[in-house]
Design a binder for this molecule. Structure first.
Ligand SMILES: Cc1cc2nc3c(=O)[nH]c(=O)nc-3n(C[C@H](O)[C@H](O)[C@H](O)COP(=O)(O)O)c2cc1C
Length: 412
C-alpha cells in the first residue's frame, strides 16, 4: 500500500553524520509514492554526494541558492511542498530555523514554505542537551514545527546517549501520524481497537487459541492513525512480526496486552468510557475450558475438556448514542445472514464480515475480502480480495462516508 502517493515532499539534508541514513529515508518515501525533492546544505554534501539522492529520487537535487537558471528554488520548492522534512537536522539548522534566519537554501526554504515542517534532530548528546539547542527546539515547536525526539544509544562519536537518528520506520510513522487528515471524521477522535486472538488456558502448559495474526487490526490501527485519530490497542495473541512491524512505526501508540477472553472483556470495559469509537477486530474465544491447576496427565485414551461459554464483549457493552461500535464477523456459512444478525443483536453501527474458509480466507493471511454492513440499511459494500492494508483503507473510507451521510453530528 502506498500511503504518500501524490505528495510532494521536500527533504532537507543538513551536515550531520546521519546524512547517509537520509538516503534510506528518501528511498522509503519514494517507495511509498511520494515525489521527493532533496535540498542539501553545503556541509551535507561533504557527507553524501548529491548524485546519490538524485538517483534515488529521480529529481534534481538543490544545493545552491543562486543557480544559473530562471528557477528560483527556495520559492518554487516552498510552494510545491506538501511537507518539508529536515533529516538529519543539525544543531546549526535548528538554531537558524528557530530565529527565522535565511542565509542558505535550506534555511531560506524553511522561512518561505507554508507546508507542515517536520524536524528530525541528530547530533552528539552534549550538542542535543545543550540548553540553547533545547530552547531552540521549544521555539520551533511553538512555531508549529513537529519535532521527533532522537533515539538513545551508541552515537557515531563513540558516546552512549541521546542524539541518534531514529530508525527510518519510526520517522515514517511519525510523518504519517503528523500528516493526520484534518477533514476526516476520525481526526482527533479516540479509537479503541482490539486485535489478535485470545488464549484460553487448559492447564499450566496447554492452551486453546486461534489463528488470528492481528494483521487486520494493526492495518486498521495504522489507517486510523493516518486519519489523525488517537488510537489505543488492546492486543491479544498476535504474530510477533506483525507487532514488531507496527511498533517500529508507531512506537508511542499505547498497547495493552491481554491473554484470555475474560481479560479482553475487562480491558475493554475499563477503557470504553474514554473512547469515541470501539473497533473490535480481535478473534475472541467463544468457549473457555475449566482450568486445571496441575498438568493433565497422559493417562486415558480419551480426554474430555469441559468448555464454558465466554461472555460476549460487544453485546455486554452498554451502547451510547454518541459513540460508534464496529464488530467483525468471521463465518464459514451464511456469512451475510450471520453478520446481519450480529449487527442487530449486538446493536452495532457496522459489521465487517469476512470469509474464514476457502481460498480467500481472512484469518492468519495477508489478504482478505470483506463485506461492510451498516445499521442504516444502506447497501452492503464488498471490498474485493486484496492486501489487508488496502482493505483497511477502503473500509475506513466507507465508514467515514456513511458516518458523514447518516449521522453528521456524530463524532463531531
Ligand atoms: C564529522 C562531523 C560530523 C558531524 N556530525 C554532526 C551531527 O551529527 N549533528 C550536528 O548537529 N552537527 C554535526 N557536525 C557539525 C556540523 O557539520 C556543523 O555544525 C555545520 O556547521 C552544520 O552545517 P549545516 O547545518 O549548514 O549543514 C559534524 C561535523 C563533522 C565534521
Amino acid at each position: 500500500m502506498v500511503q504518500l502517493s501524490k505528495k510532494n515532499i521536500v527533504l532537507c539534508v543538513t551536515g550531520g553524520i546521519a546524512c547517509y541514513k537520509s538516503v534510506m529515508l528518501a528511498s522509503l518515501l519514494k517507495k511509498e509514492g511520494a515525489n521527493v525533492f532533496v535540498v542539501m546544505t553545503k556541509n551535507a554534501t561533504k557527507f553524501v554526494n548529491p548524485v546519490t539522492f538524485k538517483n534515488i529520487t529521480k529529481n534534481k537535487v538543490t544545493t545552491k541558492m543562486f543557480a544559473n537558471d530562471d528557477f528560483v528554488p527556495h520559492i518554487s520548492l516552498a510552494d510545491l511542498a506538501d511537507l518539508v522534512i529536515i533529516a538529519p537536522a543539525t544543531a546549526n539548522i535548528i538554531a537558524k530555523a528557530s530565529y527565522g534566519i535565511a542565509d542558505d537554501m535550506v534555511s531560506t526554504l524553511l522561512v518561505s514554505s507554508k507546508a507542515p515542517k517536520f524536524i528530525i534532530p541528530a547530533m552528539n548528546t552534549n550538542m542535543y542537551l545543550n540548553p540553547i539547542t533545547q530552547e531552540n527546539i521549544q521555539r520551533l515547536k511553538k512555531f508549529d514545527f513537529k519535532v521527533l525526539e532522537p533515539d538513545t544509544g551508541m552515537l557515531a562519536c563513540g558516546v552512549e546517549g541521546v542524539g541518534r537518528f531514529p530508525e527510518i520506520e519510526k520517522i515514517y510513522g511519525f510523518i504519517l501520524k503528523n500528516l493526520g487528515d484534518r477533514n476526516s471524521v476520525f481526526y482527533n477522535k479516540k479509537i479503541l481497537i482490539t486485535l489478535g486472538g485470545t488464549v484460553e488456558d487448559i492447564d499450566p502448559v496447554r492452551c486453546i487459541t486461534n489463528r488470528s495474526s492481528g494483521k487486520m487490526g494493526f492495518s486498521f490501527a495504522e489507517e486510523f492513525i493516518i486519519k489523525g485519530a488517537n488510537v489505543k490497542i488492546i492486543c491479544g495473541n498476535v504474530s510477533s512480526l506483525e507487532l514488531h512491524n507496527f511498533q517500529k512505526k508507531f512506537c508511542d501508540t499505547e498497547i495493552q496486552f491481554v491473554r484470555s477472553a475474560k481479560d479482553m472483556k475487562e480491558a475493554v470495559t475499563q477503557n470504553i468510557d474514554n473512547f469515541d469509537l470501539l473497533f473490535m477486530a480481535s478473534a475472541v474465544a467463544d468457549y473457555s475450558p475449566e482450568y486445571s491447576e496441575s498438568k493433565i496427565k497422559k493417562e486415558n485414551d480419551d480426554l474430555v475438556l469441559k468448555l464454558r461459554k465466554t461472555e460476549d464483549i460487544l453485546k455486554s457493552i452498554p451502547k451510547k448514542e454518541n459513540k460508534i461500535y464496529v464488530g467483525f464477523a468471521a463465518e464459514s456459512d451464511n456469512l451475510i445472514e450471520n453478520a446481519k444478525n450480529k449487527l442487530i443483536k449486538k446493536q452495532l453501527d457496522f459489521v465487517i464480515a469476512n470469509e474464514i474458509v476457502g481460498e480467500q480466507a481472512a484469518i492468519g493471511n495477508d489478504k482478505a475480502s470483506v463485506f461492510i454492513l451498516n445499521k442504516w440499511n444502506v447497501d452492503i459494500k464488498k471490498i474485493d480480495y486484496s492486501q489487508k492494508s488496502v482493505i483497511a483503507k477502503s473500509v475506513c473510507n466507507e465508514l467515514e462516508e456513511l458516518i458523514k451521510k447518516n449521522t453528521p453530528s456524530l463524532l463531531k
